[in-house]
Design a protein around this ligand. Sequence first.
Ligand code: PNS
Length: 163
Amino acid sequence: MASEVRRAVCPGSYDPVTNGHVDVVARAATLFDEVVVAVLYNPAKRGTFAIEERLSLLEESLADVPNLRVEAFADRLLVDVCRDLGASAIVKGLRGGTDFAYELPMARMNKHLTGIETVFLPGDPRFEHVSSSLVKEVARYGGDVRGLVPDAVLAAMTRQFGP
Ligand code: PNS
């Protein structure tokens, strides 16, 4: 009997992807048969990076992970995306207690809506202070964020904000 593919979704804004994201997504890919990195966005809200650029930065940064693909979804509930993709779990990284407090109601709401489970992975402490918004702010004013984001993102931020 053929066994069912166990597929997980790693959702986020990824504006842009950081090394904290890369670590969590790559670890999720060791736990599931397939991982879909889902860039969820609201077309009315302009992020820093265009959706196409966020996708290509994710693809380049996660090129070493074979059982993974990257997709964008506009104006959708995460649970509907998961249902359409045939995913049985959502995977999120937690940097600490503040992330847990933010994520827990969403995990419970998603479970309430369709029964989907959320799996939390503890973030690597090397990236505890790393968020997309913080690395952008530091890079915008000329600070050094090498080692905190993939090289492709460093280059993209230099293009966006200047050297
Ligand atoms: O990287 P972020 O910004 O923390 O990601 C948040 C995201 C996109 C995962 C969250 O806002 C989300 O799930 N948005 C989709 C809309 C939705 O389902 N909202 C209800 C959540 S209970």
